[in-house]
Design a protein around this ligand. Structure first.
Ligand SMILES: *Cc1c(COP(=O)(O)O)cnc(C)c1O
Ligand code: SF4
Length: 434
């Protein structure tokens, strides 16, 4: 199947959108002027249930809704479009709104970029000791854009590939000097948007003996959900699979970190065949996704998503809490509710699907899991713990926050039991473990 991308300009032309009212169609366009819009023919023809729009979860996954901007932001852009405002004015307005949408949560731009010979290494983030993230410069776009994506600033050119690797590929030199790194995670965007030979130019050097310390190559991708034909009929589909086989034959583990938001994405003939082909290379597929109001905020949806993953030979990995950026107000759920959904879904599946961890916040100090709500000494509290910490010694030390039914992120939480800080914020602890 041949891929066709749809962008902002196609919102006037896509015949399927005739199902929407003129008002809804206009709303789509208004939001797509601020946030990046891209879909493709597989998403439009095979994933979205057009009889169920605008409520269809896969429609909401890729097409914008009015409520994804604040009423004020929406009105400003809508007015500008209606009166055909000059391009420069519209651009200025859009840039101002984007700037107000917390484009860089958790200090992503400034933190976690390592140094080599005192110079920053472009396209690399190294936050947790054993895992290095690599952002290949040609892999910084996607087959379709998720409406909730926290990487939206890069798709609208705000970060302008600031994250991605340079010509000289200095990340290889960096990795050479980091013997404690066992995992290299290629991420984006979506690295699978690259041609096989281009992806190979990132992976093959790591198969040389000098990188024996790198035991696992991970690829973070939503290709199976958005374009399974990547492994079926794309010109270099077989070449890509051979690259996967080569990694496995080298003795390293190839972990394909796949992103599925809803079990409906597992239902097409194409995705099932693509999953079988990837598994056939000896790679493993682990699955992670955020919990999203209006898309998958139901325990039954998650239980079925995990169960079907197991049946298809994949491994449930993380359920994330939606990050504090972009149209977050539309998608966010209180942590207490996220925990209820997680527990309810988890209790419906057998141990084989309980490899999943969650709900997890990928926050500035680390990956923090909400373990549960309990009562201690008469106080209702959240129990939390780090699955990954900026400091490895923070991992799996239970800590407690006052119960707050509205809190949606770590930064909303207050320490329980009269403490003034969480343990990882204490200077004494930082000194003690340093
Ligand atoms: C999630 C994440 C990783 C990988 O963590 P695992 O728990 O090993 O999957 C690595 N680096 C960063 C910055 C991350 O957010
Ligand atoms: S596929 Fe991943 S990186 Fe791309 S838009 Fe979706 S969430 Fe963002």
């Amino acid at each position: 199947m041949k891929m066709r991308f749809y962008g902002l300009r196609d919102l006037d032309k896509l015949p399927q959108l005739g199902k929407l009212s003129p008002d809804e169609r206009f709303a789509l366009k208004v939001v797509a002027h601020v946030l990046p819009f891209r879909a493709n023919n597989y998403v439009v023809d095979e994933l979205i249930d057009w009889d169920a729009v605008p409520d269809d979860p896969l429609f909401r996954l890729t097409f914008y809704q009015r409520e994804m901007l604040s009423p004020y932001q929406f009105r400003q852009v809508a007015d500008a479009l209606k009166r055909d405002a000059p391009a420069a004015e519209l651009r200025g307005l859009v840039q101002r709104i984007r700037g107000d949408m917390n484009p860089h949560p958790s200090g992503q731009v400034t933190q976690n970029v390592p140094l080599l010979d005192e110079e920053p290494v472009p396209g690399v983030q190294h936050k947790y000791r054993e895992t290095v993230l690599v952002f290949p410069s040609k892999g910084q776009t996607c087959f379709s854009y998720c409406t909730f994506c926290f990487r939206w600033p890069q798709f609208v050119g705000m970060d302008d590939l600031k994250f991605s690797t340079d010509q000289a590929r200095r990340f290889v030199g960096y990795l050479r000097r980091q013997p404690q790194v066992t995992d290299v995670l290629l991420t984006g965007g979506d690295p699978m948007i690259m041609r096989a030979d281009n992806l190979a130019s990132y992976i093959e050097p790591l198969l040389e003996p000098e990188f024996d310390h790198v035991r696992t190559i991970r690829i973070g991708s939503k290709v199976l959900g958005f374009w399974p034909h990547r492994f079926l009929t794309d010109k270099d589909a077989d070449e890509m699979l051979r690259l996967f086989e080569k990694v496995v034959a080298s003795g390293k583990h190839l972990a394909f970190m796949s992103h599925f938001n809803h079990w409906r994405e597992l239902g097409t003939d194409a995705v099932r065949r693509a999953i079988r082909r990837v598994l056939g290379t000896g790679a493993q597929i682990r699955v992670q996704a955020p919990l999203l109001r209006h898309i998958n905020d139901s325990a039954d949806v998650w239980a079925r998503l995990w169960q079907e993953q197991v049946e298809l030979g994949m491994i449930p990995y993380y359920m994330f809490v939606e990050r504090d950026t972009g149209p977050r107000a539309y998608f966010e759920l209180p942590l207490a509710q996220a925990l209820d959904i997680f527990r309810n879904a988890y209790s419906q599946v057998s141990g084989l699907a309980r490899t999943v961890r969650g709900p997890v916040m990928s926050a500035a100090p680390g990956k923090v899991q909400v373990d549960g709500v309990t009562r201690i000494g008469g106080q209702r509290v959240f129990q939390l713990s780090f699955l990954q910490g900026r400091n490895p010694d923070w991992v799996r030390r239970p800590f407690f926050a006052k119960y707050d039914e509205y809190a949606t992120w770590l930064s909303d939480l207050k320490p329980a039991f009269g403490e003034s800080r969480f343990f990882y914020e204490s200077d004494e602890f930082v000194r003690h473990v340093a």
